[in-house]
Structures are given as structure tokens and as C-alpha cells.
Design a protein around this ligand. Structure first.
Ligand code: DCP
Ligand code: MG
Length: 489
């Protein structure tokens, strides 16, 4: 059985919880500019017809005593983290889908916590006890119906669709409630006289695929209650890497070695910060003629020390026959595991075990100095200033690209813009993000092609709480004098 949990009026409920003066009042979470749109509305405000993505001026027209509260994202992110931890106490199969929403597969958990309805009630109680917030839960044998069920009795709802009830629910389910059915699909469906999911049963797979492409096949399955997507716990990151296009092409072995050392340090720090260890190390080398090679080797045991990563990278590098100058160098690690994952202990510790442990403690000490005082405070003794120069200049040499992305879907609201700015700043990308009048969002990203690609991909995946339907991109000329990432109104 699959359970879908969604918090009620999440941002607004958090504000009402933390400020008793807001209780039982029509509250919207919103920025303060004249073009601001509502992130969410408390259930009291919804009685006036106010909803997410509505321009603030319209919301004010509908309710003259509306209370407008600015967003406090860190607070919501903190509650979201606690929420996911609560659900994980009942099953390891938890798939967070947005800041206030998750699927959980509770199949097989009945022996521990009781029947599925009891589990859902226990989760609701735990959420209320620990966060003083209410949520709505839907239970169904398949994922898409669990999500639909959680929305059926909001707020503070609990809805169970049993296998026997599925055909009846599907027969009457308004087609616009089916995830993925947007306004364009709706128009085409109306032309075919499709108003409920059950209406799709009249059509064969060929016709549906002709009319709606891949989504047509999904509809063919959904109307028969088939949805084998399953709950997918958030996948662990697959790899971490650091690569640098050098300021000038090099052929000197020692210079290359120093660069690998600096990169192994960076990768090791990232790995340890995320409490991960790796089982393989790779290097990437791009030559002056733009040809490139990668080489990978498995490590004997799980490593996270920069020294061990460097040793592996160097041994891979030494095996290369270098006939051309080097333009780019990179070190990466993969086959990642959490440091908490169980390890098969060996009875006799292999030679070098103590040294490895010692290096790991040196690394952790250096990491904490980095965190406190910044990256230039500690450098491996062999890293000569000349190498540092090569690396720093290399970063600046990368060419700049500027791309405009038009993002449509459920993306308006302060949350999307703030999260995009956060991600862009983290990626070191300049540009801006703003809401457009038609309900879509315009973002301009300026940086290296790799950084810009990363941000476009980020938009496609969408930040938590957004539902991105489409991202259209267009290369534009660079924004002069733009060196940070801003939210525009
Ligand atoms: N959000 C946003 N912009 C939007 C939609 C949502 O910033 N266009 C934010 C505010 C919401 C949160 O995401 O509180 C969760 O989104 P939901 O769609 O789950 O909406 P709510 O939790 O606010 O209300 P509901 O009770 O309908 O789930
Ligand atoms: Mg919600």
C-alpha cells in the first residue's frame, strides 16, 4: 500500500503556528513588490477565493483584511526535514517529492505498526505532536491514486481508496485531477468527449498514443488502475568530481601532479561533507587538440581521505602515455556509499590501515579549518604558488554563455524564485529570475557553458514544491556588467 502525505497550507500554517496573532486569520505568504504573487494562502484566506500564484493585488481586492507575511524559507526547510524524518520512522521507502509532500510505501510494515489506516493515523499524530502542524494523507494501492486521495479531504484529511473501490473512483475522477493533464491536454480531451479518467477506457492504446504521444500510453494504463512507478527513495549521488580547464596547456608531469593533488583535496572535502565514502576513483584528461580520455580504478576498500584519492588518481595518471599537451584535468570518485553503511570488517587489518585512518583524521582537521577560515588557509605543502595560479587563472578563462529559460508549470511564487537564486549563487552563475504575467517564469543564466547547463537542468527537475511542465531555452547575448544572480520584480 502506498501513502501520500501533503502538509496543509504549509508556509501559512508554519507562520500561524509561530505567531498566535495570525491564527484563524486570512493570511498569504507573499513578497512585497507591486507585482508579487501569492505563494500560499491559509484556509481562512481560501474562503475568499485566494490561492497560490494569484497576484497579490487581486488577493487584496478579494479580502480587505488580508494579512501579508513574507516567506521564511529556512524555517520551512527545517520543518520539511523534520517531516521527512518522521515518515522515515515508519518505513525506509520514503520518496520526498516537494518541500511539503512525500510518498511512502508501507507494504510489509503492518507487523510493526498495525494496519495501513492505523499507520497513517500514527504518522498524522506524530506530525502534529512534533511540528504542531496538520497534514492530509491519501492511501491507495498505486501511487497516482494515493496522491489524488490526499487531496480529497483537505485540510487534516485521511482518505483510503481500497483496491475494490479503484474502478469506481477512476470512473468518476475528473480528468484535470490526473497528474500531467494540463490545460492543452484538457482542450484536446474535451474534443474527444473525455471528462473523467473512466472515459479513457473507451479508447484503444493506438489512438491514445496518436493523440497524446507517450502520455497517451500512460493514460491507457492509469484508467485501468495500472501505475507501476513505485516509491523511489531519493537516490544517492552517483559521483563527485572536480575538473579545471588550465590557464595554459601544460606538458610538465610535476605541474599535472600538483593539480591532481588540489583536485583530490576538493573531491575529498565534498565527499566528507556529505558523509560519503567511495569505491572507485577516476581521472579525466583533455588534450590541446580537444581529444579526451578517462581512466577509472576500483579502490580496495571504502575511502574518503584526500590522500588516498590522490594516490589512486596519480597511479592512473602515471600509466598514461603523454604525447600532447594537457588542456584540462579532472579527478572524480564514484560508487558512493554513506559512511553509515555497514562494512565487512577484516579480521587482520591490512598493512597501511593505521596510516589510512591517520590521513582521515588529518583531513577532518583540515576540513574544519577550511570551514572556519576559508579555502586559502591550508594548502598541501607541495602545491606551489605557480600551480595555484594555473588553477585560479583557469577558472576565469572559461568562456561565458548566456541562456534565457522560460519555465512553465506550477512555478510562480516566491519559493521558486528564491530557490533558483540560491541554486544559481551556489553554482556561481550570474543573471536573474522573474515572474511573467502569463504564469511562467523567465530566468537568465550567465556563466561557463557547464554552469549554465547545470542551472537549466536544475530548472527542468524543478525545486521542491514546483511542478515544471516545460523549459524552453534560447541563447542570448551576454548581460553587460552582470556578476551576481538577482530576483527581478
Ligand atoms: N508554493 C509556492 N508557490 C506555488 C505553490 C506552492 O511557493 N505556486 C509553496 C507554498 C506552499 C508549499 O509550496 O505552502 C506547498 O505547496 P502545496 O501545493 O502543497 O500548497 P499548500 O501546502 O500551501 O496547500 P495545500 O493544503 O493545498 O497542500
Ligand atoms: Mg501542501
Amino acid at each position: 500500500m502506498i501513502l501520500h502525505l501533503d502538509m496543509d497550507a504549509f508556509f501559512a500554517a508554519v507562520e500561524q503556528r509561530d505567531n498566535p496573532a495570525l491564527k484563524n486569520r486570512p493570511v498569504v505568504i507573499c513578497g512585497n513588490s507591486p507585482r508579487a504573487v501569492v505563494s500560499t494562502a491559509s484556509y481562512e484566506a481560501r474562503q475568499f477565493g485566494i490561492h497560490s500564484a494569484m497576484p497579490l493585488f487581486q488577493a487584496r481586492q478579494r479580502c480587505d483584511h488580508l494579512v501579508v507575511v513574507p516567506a521564511h524559507m529556512e524555517k520551512y526547510a527545517g520543518d520539511s526535514k523534520k517531516l521527512m524524518a518522521i515518515i522515515s520512522q515508519f518505513t525506509p521507502l520514503v520518496e520526498p517529492v516537494s518541500i511539503d509532500e512525500a510518498y511512502a510505501d508501507v507494504t510489509g510494515c503492518e507487523n510493526l505498526f498495525g494496519p495501513v489506516l492505523v499507520i497513517a493515523k500514527k504518522i498524522k499524530q506524530a506530525v502534529f505532536n512534533e511540528l504542531s502542524l496538520t497534514c492530509s494523507i491519501g492511501i491507495a494501492p498505486v501511487k497516482f491514486l494515493a496522491k489524488i486521495a490526499s487531496d480529497m479531504n483537505k485540510p487534516d484529511g485521511l482518505t483510503h481508496i481500497s483496491r475494490e473501490q479503484m474502478p469506481q473512483v477512476i470512473k468518476n475522477l475528473p480528468i484535470q485531477k490526473v497528474p500531467g493533464v494540463g490545460s492543452q491536454a484538457m482542450t484536446r480531451m474535451a474534443a474527444l468527449n473525455i471528462h473523467t479518467l473512466g472515459d479513457i477506457l473507451r479508447f484503444d492504446a493506438n489512438l491514445l498514443s496518436r493523440k497524446f504521444g507517450k502520455f497517451g500510453i500512460r493514460l491507457f494504463e492509469l484508467c485501468r488502475g495500472i501505475d507501476d512507478t513505485g516509491v523511489q527513495p531519493r537516490a544517492l549521488r552517483k559521483s563527485i568530481s572536480s575538473e579545471t580547464t588550465l590557464a595554459a596547456d601544460i606538458s610538465d608531469f610535476d605541474a599535472a601532479k600538483d593539480i591532481l593533488l588540489a583536485q583530490a583535496g576538493q573531491v575529498g572535502r565534498d565527499l566528507r561533507k556529505k558523509n560519503l565514502v567511495c569505491r572507485s576513483v577516476s581521472i579525466k584528461v583533455k588534450f590541446s587538440d580537444f581529444t579526451q580520455i578517462t581512466r577509472t580504478q576500483k579502490t580496495q576498500d571504502r575511502i574518503c581521505s584526500s590522500e588516498a584519492i590522490f594516490e589512486h588518481a596519480l597511479s592512473l595518471f602515471k600509466r598514461l602515455v603523454l604525447k600532447k599537451k594537457i588542456r584540462l584535468l579532472g579527478v572524480g570518485v564514484s560508487h558512493l556509499q554513506s559512511t553509515d553503511a555497514p562494512v565487512q570488517m577484516e579480521l587482520i587489518q591490512p598493512a597501511g590501515h593505521r596510516t589510512k585512518k591517520n590521513w582521515e583524521s588529518v583531513d577532518r582537521a583540515v576540513d574544519s579549518i577550511f570551514d572556519k577560515f576559508g579555502r586559502d588557509m591550508v594548502t598541501p605543502a607541495v602545491l606551489k604558488p605557480s600551480t595555484a595560479k594555473l588553477l585560479k587563472k583557469g577558472d576565469k578563462m572559461t568562456q561565458t554563455t548566456c541562456v534565457k529559460a522560460l519555465v512553465s508549470g506550477k512555478v510562480q511564487g516566491v519559493f521558486f524564485r528564491m530557490e533558483t537564486r540560491k541554486a544559481a549563487r551556489k553554482a556561481g552563475v550570474a543573471g536573474y529570475v522573474r515572474n511573467l504575467a502569463d504564469g511562467s517564469v523567465e530566468a537568465v543564466f550567465q556563466g561557463s557553458p557547464q554552469q549554465v547547463d547545470q542551472m537549466v537542468q536544475w530548472c527542468r527537475n524543478g525545486p521542491p514544491a514546483a511542478r515544471v511542465d516545460q523549459v524552453a531555452t534560447q541563447k542570448i547575448s551576454a548581460l553587460p556588467g552582470c556578476d551576481s544572480f538577482e530576483i527581478r520584480h
